[in-house]
Unconditional design. Sequence first.
Length: 150
Amino acid sequence: MTEVFESIRFTADVVALTPDGRVLLIERGWPPFEGAWALPGGHLDPGETSRAAAARELEEETGVRVDPAGLFQLGAWDTPGRDPRGRYVTVAYLAEVPDDTPITAGDDARTARWWRWNELPQELAFDHSSILATALRGQPADNDPTGTAA
């Protein structure tokens, strides 16, 4: 019997929220989902933790700097097919930032914008709507829609 192994890529995403009820999203600058709104995030660098990657990606894509130790882990999203490029697993974090935190789009973000949580775009890239819903509920995620997680 031959074993089959799947290449899995690891990313981190950030839900940045303000006390006045705004969420930070980026407009993606290239595929997949070019032009779609998404949470800031991206691939881990070699030797980097997901928490450190989340803080780094948030700063690179939006100019918002946070202490990685202050990020709250929301959960892991690992549903096959969540990314059209292949198998991706992401760990999502919550960052609470002050009202009126300035933002500057950078890296692969075409633009960055604060959105009121009740006026978000209809569709977000990847499964970011699910991540955002978990953050807004304020509960850790159960990301196994089949209920078969061990």
